[in-house]
Design a protein around this ligand. Structure first.
Ligand code: DLL
Length: 434
């Protein structure tokens, strides 16, 4: 039996949804053109005016926005409302060099929470539930988004934030939490710790989990479901579009329904920018049609995905996206933190190292690990072991400041890292997530 938060929208006919999206798009393009000079310039350069956009069939005429635009316009260049109308800010986790800062008005927050409420209700959440939120709170959108959704549904909200795993389990048992929200890798770790503490799923009351913010496999889903005795559901989103709740999984567990009344999704060829037909694999692009403060039009997510409109057994008509199948840029997600190899390179150069390095990422006991191998110059190599150890420590600290996570640094002898003859391959990702 399907549960909906907003049945009218979630089960709306295709025709009505297109009409709603068109109306909202037309108004949104006008709002952006009038209030965001940065995007107005992009439209002017492409020779498009708001009058050219009459329905969603005209969406393809609009210019794309990319992460590079966000960087150029940082921090206020894409803001479409006066700061006085904004009530909240969030940002991507730990990425100093490429930080994305998103702004929200009161209404933006309401709509975001509504999207998260839909996700909670879709996994069976009601006001009788106790929702334990173990996503990070703070600048990261995970904690705040699901917290808002949980309040909207009327669940008893347990704002744990991430970390302190034994305490998570203690509260889970004592307070009888029924829904767990966190990253899938943290859910797996909680499951493992539960067993290590000598408990079984029978000792807890969880029935469902809402896990996202990083790629995870069907195998991992089964493992989490078994270790915690729950149904595990996926949730997707990105800071640029508010955060979690752009799409969410239903009882069918076969992909995530996109909240199309707020976000129009397109799939494009990442090389040519051409819009691809339904069912094709390509880069996911979102246009937010209801956001006031930070309304990105045709934002290229870099996530590779497939959309499907096949009838879903839950009764929702919202288009479904598959689990993201990779990225069209080099961003890595390590323990939920977005990391670009270029940031590591920046730190190395700032600290006086050569840009000869190799990043190795793995997942050990469901936790991501990152090892960075850095080549010493011949001068640095003559240092004593003690000096080298202290260098490794300093470098790890500088990386932590830049990335927000602590990689293991290995300083290696000169000329030991393979040189490339074409594009440098800097990353070895052994996690097999796709
Ligand atoms: O990760 C928002 C979020 C919080 C989503 C909590 C779900 C739950 P960012 O830190 O800006 O925002 O990272 C966005 O994470 O472009 C994807 O590459 C990746 N991502 C997010 N959800 C999923 C998912 C949050 N369910 C980037 N599966 C996105 C795979 C995901 N990748």
């Amino acid at each position: 039996m399907a549960n909906y938060w907003n049945q009218e929208i979630e089960c709306m006919s295709r025709e009505d949804m297109k009409k709603l999206q068109s109306e909202r798009l037309v108004a949104q393009v006008k709002h952006v053109y009038e209030n965001v000079p940065y995007y107005r310039d992009l439209m002017d350069k492409k020779g498009v005016t708001p009058d050219d956009i009459k329905s969603i069939d005209d969406l393809h005429k609009l210019p794309f926005l990319t992460k590079a635009d966000l960087r150029d316009a940082y921090p206020y260049g894409l803001l479409a409302k006066p700061l006085a109308d904004c009530t909240e800010i969030h940002s991507t986790s730990g990425t100093t060099g490429k930080r994305v800062v998103a702004f929200y008005t009161k209404n933006d927050i309401e709509l975001w929470h509504e999207c998260c409420a839909r996700a909670i209700v879709a996994v069976g959440g009601t006001e009788d539930d106790i929702c334990q939120i173990a996503y990070g709170y703070g600048l990261f959108t995970g904690g705040a988004g699901l917290d808002g959704g949980s309040h909207k549904v009327g669940c008893l909200t347990l704002p744990m934030s991430s970390g302190n795993t034994e305490r998570q389990i203690q509260f889970m048992m004592d307070l009888k939490s029924t829904i767990l929200c966190c990253t899938p890798s943290y859910a797996a770790y909680i499951g493992e710790t539960l067993h290590e503490m000598g408990y079984t799923p029978d000792d807890i009351h969880l029935k469902a989990g809402i896990f996202g913010a990083e790629p995870w496999t069907e195998e991992m889903r089964r493992e989490i479901e078994k270790s915690l005795g729950i149904k595990a559901y996926d949730i997707y989103g990105l800071t640029e579009t508010s955060g979690p709740g752009v799409s969410f999984e239903c009882e069918a567990q076969t992909g995530m329904h996109i909240n199309e009344d707020h976000f129009i999704a397109e799939i494009i060829d990442p090389d040519t920018g051409e819009v691809l037909p339904e069912g094709a694999k390509g880069e996911l692009v979102f246009t937010s049609i209801t956001k006031e403060a930070f309304p990105l039009l045709r934002y290229r997510t870099r996530d590779i995905c497939v959309l499907t409109r096949e009838k879903c057994s839950c009764g929702r008509t919202l288009v479904k996206m598959c689990k993201p199948m990779g990225r069209s840029d080099d961003m890595l997600i390590i323990r939920g933190v977005n990391v670009f190899p270029s940031q590591i390179e920046t730190v190395l150069i700032e600290q006086g190292y050569s840009p000869n390095y190799m990043i190795e990422v793995d997942r050990v006991n469901n936790t991501d690990t990152m090892d960075v191998y850095v080549e010493l110059t011949p001068e640095q190599f003559s240092d004593t072991v003690k000096d080298l150890q202290s260098k490794e420590k300093d470098l790890a600290a500088a990386m932590k400041t830049m990335l927000g996570i602590n990689p293991k640094i290995h300083l290696v002898s000169p000329k030991t890292i393979a040189r490339s003859e074409g594009k440098a391959v800097r990353v070895k990702d052994n996690r097999k997530l796709h």
